[in-house]
Ligand binder design. Structure first.
Ligand SMILES: N[C@@H](CCC(=O)N[C@@H](CS)C(=O)NCC(=O)O)C(=O)O
Length: 396
């Protein structure tokens, strides 16, 4: 009797072994995440208990030690926002509309920020991306990030809106994020090739795992499956694809009519609604045109003003868009340290300038010395002359 293993080719056995190992890793990761969640619940419970007992005792207490920073970026600069998000793609700065929303907002608000190259290792304490760290504190969820950073740095893109415009903004942001975004997620999760080809993804770079293609595909499909479950849980996923596409068209029509021929939704200056609309529409508008996608084609045909709007916001917030998509650099907005050759050249030039400065200084000192010598000589001559004159007068 032969066993199953004996009858399979060696390569197939190796691949299966790899897949099994990855499954084991993924299981471990999931357990670690669960433990972290439980730990954080336990911690909260412990903190509540401690608070209760300290309230009861009501004794004067020692000043508590300042809390230790619980952030990943320990060497942070004060007031710099550290953004944790997904990797760049060759067509879009981020696959996630929530990450693109935060980065676009940071740029329009003019805040100092840096993307942390975390190699897809971290998620927020809420288990998602994006999150930010600022002055040793984590803030998670795109809407909460924008609200809290706006308050902290006194920036509000909506300060110029009337109360009625604020209501319109609120309801449209809600429509985009709680309805339209799920339409897009439905298509991405039922047709993963839309994501892979439409965003020209290299799975090794996207997932930041140096694994064979077969394993990367397995991991990616696993993520897509988990996302598809969420789409069904949202409720939209129970409908037929053509019905869901129509839902998407209806939302796009609302946005297109609201925008009309204005530059941005409320005039010439972008507001938070512009940021949210851009971050979600960009997924359709900038997807590789070679990849067929009927909702994108419908948008371009029937809502041309939305494409113009995306281009305007992109130019305003991302002058380095082409660079970041071609180099996949997370921080193309930051000045680069000079490359080694340039650095050497600069150092040489600095040394040369210093040498010349020293020479000049020496020359000046010598000239000063000569001047002083000449002056002293003159004074001496004058004194001699004076003495001679006095002696002559005495002799007379
Ligand atoms: N409400 C959150 C939504 C963020 C969100 O859904 N993030 C997704 C990616 S688009 C995520 O991190 N999912 C977990 C995962 O990919 O593992 C926000 O606005 O930031």
């Amino acid at each position: 009797m032969t066993t199953d293993t004996e009858t399979k080719p060696v390569e197939q056995q190796a691949e299966e072994k790899n897949v099994e190992e990855v499954k084991e890793d993924v299981k471990k990761e999931e357990e670690a995440a669960k433990n972290a969640e439980e730990k954080s619940d336990d911690k909260a419970e412990k903190e509540d208990k401690e608070k209760d007992s300290s309230d009861k005792a009501a004794k004067p207490k020692k000043e508590p030690a300042p809390p230790k920073p619980t952030v990943h970026k320990a060497d942070y600069q004060p007031d710099v926002v550290y953004l944790y998000q997904f990797m760049r793609t060759p067509v879009l700065p981020s696959l996630s509309p929530y990450c693109l929303k935060v980065e676009t907002w940071l740029r329009l608000a003019g805040l100092k920020y840096e993307n942390v190259d975390h190699k897809m290792k971290y998620k927020s304490k809420k288990g998602q991306l994006p999150f930010v760290e600022v002055n040793g504190e984590e803030i998670a969820d795109s809407a909460i990030i924008i609200k809290q950073l706006g308050e902290k740095f006194n920036t509000d893109l909506d300060a110029g809106l009337s109360p009625e415009q604020k209501l319109i903004a609120h309801s449209n942001i809600s429509m985009i994020e709680n309805h339209f975004a799920w339409v897009i997620k439905f298509f991405f999760t039922t047709r993963p090739e839309l994501l892979i080809d439409g965003f020209k993804l290299d799975l090794q770079q996207t997932l930041q795992k140096p694994l064979p293609a077969i394993i990367l595909n397995f991991l990616f499909k696993r993520k897509i499956k988990a996302a598809a479950k969420k789409v069904r849980a949202h409720g939209i996923g129970v409908h037929k694809p053509e019905e869901i596409e129509e839902f998407g068209q209806n939302d796009l029509k609302v946005l297109s009519d609201l925008l009309g021929d204005k530059q941005f939704f409320f005039g010439e200056t972008p507001s938070t609604l512009d940021v949210v609309a851009f971050a979600n529409l960009a997924q359709l508008v900038y997807m590789d045109p070679e990849v067929s996608y009927s909702l994108r084609d419908w948008l371009l045909e029937n809502c041309a003003n939305l494409k113009g709007f995306c281009d305007r916001l992109k130019d305003r917030a991302f002058p380095d868009w082409e660079e970041m998509c071609s180099t996949l650099d997370l921080n193309s907005h930051l000045p680069k340290p000079p490359p080694e050759e340039e650095k050497k050249k600069e150092e040489k030039e600095e040394a040369k300038e210093k040498k010349e400065d020293v020479k000049e200084e020496k020359k000046k000192e010598e000239e000063k010395e000569t001047d002083e010598k000449e002056k002293a000589q003159k004074e001496e001559d004058a004194a001699d002359k004076d003495d001679n004159k006095k002696t002559e007068e005495k002799e007379k």
